[in-house]
Design a binder for this molecule. Structure first.
Ligand SMILES: [Zn+2]
Length: 160
């Protein structure tokens, strides 16, 4: 799932749950729920690892990272100050799982990161395996509906 989508959801969690600790925890959990929705990137990491589609994966992640930064600033600069802490922590919790996976993919360190990454990928595949016989939706459909979902979520998250 786009980091942008996770970030917008995390910020919204902070609006609904104005405690930073609770927002962080729920943001973290939201990542796993949202990741289960088939979104077309099931094979992107494999394509990157095998060297098959490195450019596509790097481009996708880079564009997403820049948009996520912009969206984060947009959301927080429009939010009332008393919600900033919870929104920030919700947002951090919601993108943290992908950061931990990234740390593992780059460093291959430790049993914790290895197990976490294995769980993350298993969760990512869960509904695809259960409801779609292991077949993800086409990448372009995933991108298309995530763009729409991200626009709607950002529109909702830009409050104030
Ligand atoms: Zn993820």
């Amino acid at each position: 799932m786009f980091v942008t989508t996770h970030a917008a959801i995390g910020a919204l969690v902070g609006v609904v749950v104005p405690s930073p600790t609770a927002a962080f925890s729920l943001g973290f959990l939201s990542h796993f729920l949202v990741d289960r929705i088939p979104h077309g990137d099931e094979h992107m990491l494999d394509g990157y690892k095998s060297g098959d589609k490195i450019k596509r994966a790097v481009a996708y992640v880079s564009i997403d990272a820049v948009i996520a930064m912009y969206v984060t600033l947009l959301i927080l600069s429009n939010a009332p100050p008393h919600l900033h802490a919870a929104m920030k922590w919700g947002l951090i919790g919601s993108i943290l799982p992908d950061l931990l996976v990234g740390v593992y993919e780059v460093t291959k360190i430790g049993p914790f990161f290895r197990r976490f990454t294995a769980y993350h990928h298993k969760n990512h595949h869960h509904w695809i395996g259960k409801y779609r016989k292991g077949k993800d939706i086409p990448f372009k459909w995933g991108v298309a509906y995530q763009v729409v979902a991200a626009l709607v979520l950002v529109k909702i998250a830009v409050i104030g």
